[in-house]
Design a protein around this ligand. Sequence first.
Ligand SMILES: [Zn+2]
Length: 195
Amino acid sequence: MDLKEQFKMITNIKNSRDLKYKPLSENYLLHFINNLLMTRSNFNTLELNQTKYKVSGTYLMYSIVNNKLNFCYVGESRNIISRFKQHVNGFKTSKERFYSKLRTKVNDIEDISFLILDQIDDQNERLIKETYYIYSTKSKFYSLNTKLVNRKMKCPKGHGMVKSFLNYEKNIEKLKLVIYGKCTNKKCKETFVIK
Ligand SMILES: [Zn+2]
């Protein structure tokens, strides 16, 4: 496959609802998450209860049981541990659509794990990294993220309302995906790399 075909395959894995892409999507995500697990702090619900420190950054909530992926979700927060606890409570009691959906993916809260992706204090840097990970875990079958870009994200010149798209680097041998942000301010329209 040339780069263009490889890119098409990847975008199908990320965007298609066709069931033939489901196993590929699951393999892709299992591989991605297992790689993260080698270098990131992971918590289950029991460990969460004993954790009190404050850390600001991006996170992944996911469920892998018997090497099968149930779902994944990327978020950001000024206080990640506290947000994890909100998710646990939400799973137990909330009527919000997000939690109703979550309960269709897993039966038991103990099957959910939490991963701190990056520690980041600056809000805009957090939002940029969040978009990076939402693209990385994009899947119509497994990801519970519904938006790619937080509306508070700003372009490098400080404007809001950034759009985003996925592309790849041309003229190199191996496929390298690149996520772009594009400012919607008519006088700016700056395109920047999200990484
Ligand atoms: Zn701008």
